[in-house]
Design a protein around this ligand. Structure first.
Ligand code: NAD
Length: 485
């Protein structure tokens, strides 16, 4: 085993979980056993909540300008440790080193945003009557929790850690049991940055801990990122326990390609969007709606896809089950009459026979009712659906139950605007294959891609991680002025 067994992190120290149940952490790159992760119990969660509750009074009372100093140092430490963090991310998740570097750079940007929070949470004050003013303050909630998926071991935890903590909360995170190593390094860096013990805690585990988080009376807010099936369970369970909850789910992102699109640029963007992070991005293009005559662009997409080589510029998918599931989708589409233009099945990487690789796959003549057109595949696969008009393309996009992202490739500004107005997704790209909004804009989809109000990052997250206190103050109590006059 390459690393020590993973432990929980409570009150600034690494501790064993109470039971002895654990899972193996295997590298998708080559099948190496990296570590084991404990499957903690509600007793472990209880200990973490107690530590966070004990840390909350002192942490929340610090002025926000003081709290963000930790995140200036944390940002610097992320920069200093970028290479090591990226290697670890690649090892446990299977993405390429370059993709892992981009992930850590995104963590740095997220932290940079958190350091700007003092400028954004100044509250409001207004003299509402003679000598009487109303003012608002953003007040932290208390102990909050964040649950993450496997596909971004560092970035998704960092969607929530810097903002929630800088805003004065104490936090418990539950990393994906498939990629728990990166979070351990984040805890070490937060401590090195000067975060007081108990403000940040990690409880490792599976569904049992997620359920315990939703039920725990000491936890006031739950953020979740993962598949739609589990997002619904978490949202229902947390809110039924009267907690605020924001649960981000899966996606099926549609890319609409119009005949006037720039062929080279479009092909490069489509290929990069569908294959980046081995297609395991909630923002990946999964279905391409080809409007009219775009054969010349499809040819170029295939050319670009053939340049993407597993083990070189394409990482592995998370595990064997995932590889089998993705390959089954491709085979099923073939059986149903779709045409496989580039086939990524049975990909092998010399010297990494135990790695779980799927090559880039382009499937043409997909019908909207086929499973590859409707379901989230989460692999480097693009399904091309042919239509004659933009309105037909929009009907297909609107019919999908998800709503994370949609993109259009065109040189016609009016047409792009027409599609922006009608696509049913929270994040839209125009000539952009992965339309992730950058800070300070917020990240969040619509429909079955997100449950709850607001977004998880950017300015929108302030509302989620704080509550508003409104004060009405009469500064001239001796004056006989009615406060409404
Ligand atoms: P997942 O839903 O299987 O797991 C997410 C988390 O839920 C993990 O921490 C896991 O331990 C926990 N979990 C799993 N089963 C559970 C259960 N029955 N009850 C309670 N908790 C449970 O997701 P994943 O496979 O790790 O990640 C991939 C999914 O995440 C994809 O669907 C992807 O689209 C989605 N995702 C969405 C976004 C977004 O912003 N919308 C971002 C990243 C990933």
């Amino acid at each position: 085993m390459k690393y020590q067994p993973i432990q929980n992190y409570i009150n600034g120290v690494f501790v064993n979980a109470s039971g002895d149940q654990h899972m193996e952490v295997i590298s998708p790159l080559d099948g190496t056993l990296l570590s084991t992760v404990p499957l903690s119990s509600s007793k472990d969660l209880d200990n973490a909540v107690k530590a966070a509750e004990a840390a909350f009074p002192a942490w929340s009372k610090k002025p926000i300008k003081e709290r963000v100093q930790v995140f200036f140092r944390y940002k610097y430490l992320l920069e200093q440790n970028l290479k090591e963090l990226a290697e670890l991310c690649s090892e446990e998740n299977g993405k390429t080193y370059g993709e892992s570097v981009a992930e850590i750079e995104k963590c740095i940007e997220l932290t940079e945003f958190a350091t700007s929070l003092p400028q954004l949470v100044t509250g409001e004050v207004l003299e509402v009557s003679r000598g009487v003013e109303c003012r608002t303050e953003h007040v932290p909630l208390g102990v909050v929790a964040s649950i993450s998926p496997f596909n971004f071991p560092s970035m998704v935890p960092n969607w929530t850690i810097p903002n929630a903590i800088a805003l004065g909360n104490c936090m418990i995170i539950k990393p994906s049991e498939k990629v728990p190593l990166s979070s351990i390094r984040l805890a070490q860096l937060l401590k090195e940055a000067g975060l007081p013990d108990g403000v940040f805690n990690i409880i490792n585990g599976d569904a049992t801990i997620v359920e315990a988080i939703c039920d725990h009376p000491g936890i006031h807010a739950v953020s979740f990122v993962g598949s739609t099936k589990i997002a619904k369970l978490v949202y229902r369970r947390a809110t039924s326990n009267y907690k605020r909850c924001l649960a981000l789910g899966g996606a099926k992102n549609h890319l609409m390609v119009l005949p006037d699109a720039k062929p080279e640029m479009t092909a490069q963007n489509v290929a990069a969007s569908m294959s980046g992070c081995a297609g395991q991005r909630c923002m990946a293009a999964s279905a391409m709606v080809a409007v009219g005559q775009v054969d010349h662009i499809i040819e170029k997409i295939c050319e670009e896809a053939r340049k993407i080589v597993p083990g070189e510029n394409l990482g592995a998918v998370i595990n064997k089950e995932s590889k089998e599931r993705i390959e089954q989708y491709i085979s099923q589409a073939e059986q149903q009459g779709a045409k496989i233009l580039v086939d990524g099945r049975n990909a092998k990487v010399a010297g990494k026979e135990n790695g779980t690789y799927v090559g880039p796959t382009v499937i043409d003549y997909v019908k909207p009712e086929m499973s590859v057109a409707k379901e989230e595949i989460f692999g480097p696969v693009i399904s091309i659906i042919r239509t004659n008009t933009v309105d037909e393309a929009l009907t297909i996009e609107n019919a999908n139950p998800y709503g994370n992202a949609a993109s259009v490739f065109t040189q016609n500004g009016g047409m792009a605007r027409y599609i922006i107005e009608r696509a049913s997704a929270g994040m839209i790209g125009v000539n952009v294959g992965v339309p992730v909004p950058r800070e300070p804009f917020s990240f969040g989809g619509w429909n079955e891609s997100k449950f709850g109000v607001g977004d998880i990052t950017g300015k929108s997250s302030i509302e989620f991680w704080t509550k508003l206190k409104k004060s009405t103050i009469k500064w001239n109590p001796e004056a006989g002025v009615n406060w409404m006059s």
